[in-house]
Design a binder for this molecule. Structure first.
Ligand code: SF4
Length: 361
C-alpha cells in the first residue's frame, strides 16, 4: 500500500471493534468530510467523495464495482484501500399486525435487531445502536442481556441501508427512531456520526424532523446532543418520582428527575416541535390516577407530548401489562390537564418486537 494512503488512513478515525479488513478503511464509518480527506489523500478530486456517498446511501452500492461513474482504475484502487460493509440480514419475522423484526449479523458474529413498523401510508424503522445495553432498565429484555459493545457508525446506518435496499417496505420508510437495542447517547460519537449520514443530502437525505433519538435520561449528553444535531428527542420517563424511577431505571440514581428535566427544558426545539416523553404503564406500579396527576405536575412548563405504552410482557418479566380501562383513565387525566397524550399501540408483541423486547436472538 502506498505511503500516502497509509498516512491518510492513519489520520482517519478507527472505530471498528473487530475489523474484518484491518488494512482497509470502512467508508461507512466516515462522514462526508472524512471521505473527502480520504479521497483527496488518494490524489483524486474532492467531489468524488460526494459521488461515492450517493452510490452507497442512495443506490445501495456495497462494492466499488457498482460505481460506474468512477473510472475503472480508480475503482480498482478503492478496492485495495477501502471497503463498504453492511450488516448481514439473517432473518425477518412478521407479526400478525404486519410489524417486521429483522435480525442482523455483524462482521464479528454479534447480532442486533431492527424493527419495521407499519403506518397508514409509510413505515417507521427502529434501529439499534449497541449490542445489548448497560443501562439495566428492569422492564427491558435488552437491558437484561447486559452490554457487549457499541455499534460503529456504519453498523447503525447499515441497518437502514439494508432495510431500504433489501426489503419491499424499505422504499416507504419515512421515519427513523433510534430506539432499538442500546442507549444511543451512551454510544454518542458513533450515533451522531450515523445520524449525520442519515440526514446528509449525499447520504440518505432524511429530514431532521423525521429522526428521533430516544434516551433513558443521560442528562449531560442530552445537552450535548442539542448543541450538535437538530433531531427529535424522546425521553423514557416511566415513573413520576425518583424512588420508583430509580427502582425501574438505575440511570436515575446518577441523573435524578430534577437534573433530567432541567436538561429537557434546555434542549433546543425549533419551530413547533415538541419533546416526547415515553411512559410505560406497569400494572399496580405506576398506573394509578394519582401517578397521572403527579406526572402532569412534573412536566409543567415543558413543551412536550406523552406517549403512553402498556408494558409488554416477555418471558420471565417481573411486571404485568395494565388493564385497558386503567390506561384510558390515565390518559384522560393528562388530556384534561392540557397535555397531548397518545396511547401507543404495541407493535409486534407476538414476535417480541415491541418496545423493550429486543434481544438479538
Ligand atoms: S430501555 Fe433502552 S436504555 Fe433501558 S435497558 Fe433497554 S435498551 Fe437500554
Amino acid at each position: 500500500m502506498a505511503r500516502d494512503v497509509l498516512k491518510v488512513i492513519s489520520s482517519l478515525p478507527t472505530v471498528r471493534p473487530q475489523p474484518t479488513t484491518p488494512d482497509r478503511i470502512h467508508l461507512k464509518d466516515l462522514s462526508l468530510e472524512e471521505i473527502e480527506a480520504f479521497i483527496t489523500g488518494l490524489g483524486k478530486e474532492r467531489y468524488r467523495a460526494r459521488q461515492i456517498m450517493k452510490w452507497i446511501y442512495q443506490h445501495g452500492a456495497t462494492s466499488f464495482a457498482a460505481m460506474t461513474t468512477l473510472a475503472k482504475d480508480f475503482r480498482g484502487r478503492l478496492e485495495e484501500v477501502a471497503v463498504i460493509e453492511d450488516p448481514r440480514m439473517e432473518r425477518v419475522q412478521t407479526a400478525k399486525d404486519g410489524t417486521k423484526k429483522v435480525l442482523f449479523r455483524l462482521a464479528d458474529g454479534a447480532a442486533v435487531e431492527s424493527v419495521l413498523i407499519p403506518g397508514k401510508n409509510h413505515w417507521t424503522a427502529c434501529l439499534s445502536t449497541q449490542v445489548g445495553c448497560a443501562m439495566g432498565c428492569r422492564f427491558c429484555l435488552t437491558g437484561a442481556m447486559g452490554f457487549t459493545r457499541n455499534l460503529t457508525p456504519g453498523e447503525i446506518t447499515g441497518q437502514m441501508t439494508r432495510l431500504r435496499f433489501a426489503t419491499p417496505e424499505g422504499e416507504r420508510v419515512r421515519n427513523i427512531v433510534l430506539m432499538g437495542m442500546g442507549e444511543p447517547l451512551a454510544n454518542y460519537d458513533h450515533t451522531v456520526k450515523a445520524v449525520g449520514n442519515l440526514l446528509s443530502d449525499y447520504g440518505m437525505g432524511f429530514s431532521n424532523r423525521k429522526i428521533t433519538i430516544s434516551t433513558c435520561g443521560l442528562a449531560p449528553m442530552i445537552l450535548r446532543l442539542g448543541r450538535d444535531v437538530s433531531v427529535n428527542l424522546a425521553v423514557s420517563l416511566n415513573a413520576p418520582d425518583d424512588e420508583r424511577r430509580s427502582y425501574l431505571m438505575p440511570v436515575n440514581r446518577r441523573y435524578p428527575l430534577e437534573t433530567l428535566l432541567k436538561a429537557c427544558r434546555e434542549y433546543p426545539m425549533p419551530g413547533r416541535r415538541m419533546l416526547t416523553f415515553e411512559y410505560i404503564l406497569i400494572r399496580g406500579f405506576n398506573d394509578a390516577p394519582g401517578d397521572a396527576v403527579l406526572l402532569a405536575d412534573l412536566l409543567k412548563g415543558i413543551r412536550c407530548k406523552l406517549n403512553l405504552i402498556a408494558f409488554n410482557e416477555f418471558p420471565g418479566s417481573p411486571f404485568r401489562s395494565p388493564e385497558e380501562t386503567t390506561v384510558r383513565s390515565f390518559q384522560q387525566i393528562l388530556l384534561d390537564r392540557g397535555y397531548t397524550a397518545i396511547l401507543r399501540a404495541s407493535h409486534g408483541r407476538d414476535i417480541l418486537a415491541a418496545c423493550g423486547q429486543l434481544a438479538g436472538r
